[in-house]
Design a protein. Sequence first.
Length: 203
Amino acid sequence: MTVRNQCGIVRDLLPSYIDGLCSNESKEFIEIHNKSCDACREVLNQMKTEVSFPNEKDRVERLTAKKPFKKLKNILIISISSLLILAVILTAIVFEYLNQPRPVDTNSIIIQEIVIENNQLTVIGDTAHSALWYSGEYEINYDGVETLYLIPRYRQVSKENSSGRFVINHEFRGELLELDLASINKIYLQGKNPSDIRLIWER
């Protein structure tokens, strides 16, 4: 078999060789022939390039096409995450704001009984409907002479006593520990504004 005939056979077998479909004998025949035939070896290299190039080109094009969508996906994820974090922060701020105790209007409190004895002040009363969410919290201030100011407080996130009976039992201690209740002659109910005061007990 002449070299030219071998080249013809080898080149006919090259497509199967590249795809890995030829027999072991054909594969060995092609590889031995190409060691001594520059022309067939060049044809083989060219065929490999032609076969692999479209696939590589397609791969690059697919990767390039995916990049904008990947960037958009990342932007969307970051944006949604940021919005969720912002929503949580705003919810916490609003909850904290609503949960701050605020003075109740004096006209929303109906005092039924006030008792002062044994260094303790007991106030029994009712909340009108306008005293929504009265939480039973309160503050007592002393003017240093003869007057106490009782400030009932409410929280908007609580509905413990939107309208109904409440009882305040305050035992004087801390900075009011030395207070002589016998010297107290007046007790005022104080509301949201300093001017919103109402006399509820007088000796």
